[in-house]
Design a protein around this ligand. Structure first.
Ligand code: SAM
Length: 272
């Protein structure tokens, strides 16, 4: 049998087809997922999905390294947000009642944002900033973490920024007690903020230059414990570069979507 296989391998065309088949096995499932998604999803940007179970462990382990908190505590925060039925009901209600909701899926999924939640729960920040609000999914997740922190005696406030005056239709109801959206260009809003930022999330204009400018703008607002999370670190390296230039540590968590064609983003993490 082995001799036959060795012989077949020497025939160039057969070997070519076999090699293409091996390579394509990594992608074929994706085409099925793309077709299924084409029929079942209404999203055209900022895709939502769950992440794989083993990926949740990686995420909790990464956050545990950065925050110094026990793995089980961090994993507990991931479970907490994934089991928050009232948040899911709130998001579904907003999608149902908003005209922009026709481009969102009713089956609410948080992806890597559960990591943002766990950072806020673990570090009990006073000020959290997220640039780029879009629908407001990150906003309500972060405000939900601030709500839980407040119940434990740690008050905090959220600022979201977005250039689109219609952004943030999910950010409503009880969640608005914990923060606000600053409409306009992010760099301008950040320049006027004048607050010490404990957790900063970059998720606005995804060009490398703009991202880098945001980090430069917030530099005077950072303190010894500030953490910067980059939502575009799977694509560009400004947060890694900024971390090298400012003697900050940098880690990258790679997201692995469950049953979705999107290859996944990640969380760039810059800390002292
Ligand atoms: C990827 S979405 C944000 C997703 C959101 N963070 C979430 O968790 O779903 C990017 C958003 O950045 C906004 N944006 C783009 N350029 C901007 C700028 N210069 N200043 C502020 N917001 C900007 C867009 O309007 C868009 O809503």
């Amino acid at each position: 049998m082995r001799t036959i296989l060795r012989f077949l391998k020497r025939i160039w065309f057969l070997n070519f087809v076999r090699r293409l088949y091996t390579a394509s096995k990594y992608y074929n499932k994706k085409y099925i997922q793309i077709i299924k998604w084409g029929f079942t999803s209404r999203e055209d940007t900022n895709y939502t999905y769950d992440i794989k179970d083993e990926n949740k462990n990686y995420l909790a382990q990464t956050i545990s390294v950065v925050t110094g908190k026990d793995f089980n505590e961090v994993y507990g925060y991931l479970k907490e947000i994934l089991e928050d039925d009232s948040l899911v009901a709130h998001v579904q209600e907003c999608i149902k009642n908003s005209k922009q909701g026709k481009f969102a899926d009713k089956n609410v999924k948080f992806g890597r944002r559960i990591g943002w939640y766990a950072f806020v729960r673990a570090l009990k920040p006073k000020i959290v900033v997220e640039t780029g609000v879009d629908k407001g999914l990150g906003s309500v997740i972060l405000c939900s973490a601030l709500n839980k922190n407040k119940q434990e005696g740690f008050e905090g406030y959220y600022y979201g920024t977005d250039i689109n005056p219609e952004a943030g239709y999910i950010f409503s109801g009880e969640y608005t007690q914990f923060g606000e959206i600053l409409y306009g260009d992010s760099i301008e809003s950040l320049s006027n903020l004048n607050k010490s930022i404990d957790i900063f999330i970059n998720d606005s204009d995804h060009s490398a230059d703009y991202e880098y400018q945001e980090y430069q703008t917030i530099t005077p607002l950072l303190n010894q414990n500030s953490i910067i999370l980059g939502d575009n670190s799977h694509k560009f390296d400004p947060l890694s570069r900024y971390s090298i230039e400012n003697n900050r540590k940098f880690l990258f968590f790679k997201e692995k979507p469950l049953n979705h064609w999107y290859p996944g983003g990640g969380i760039g993490i810059s800390y002292l």
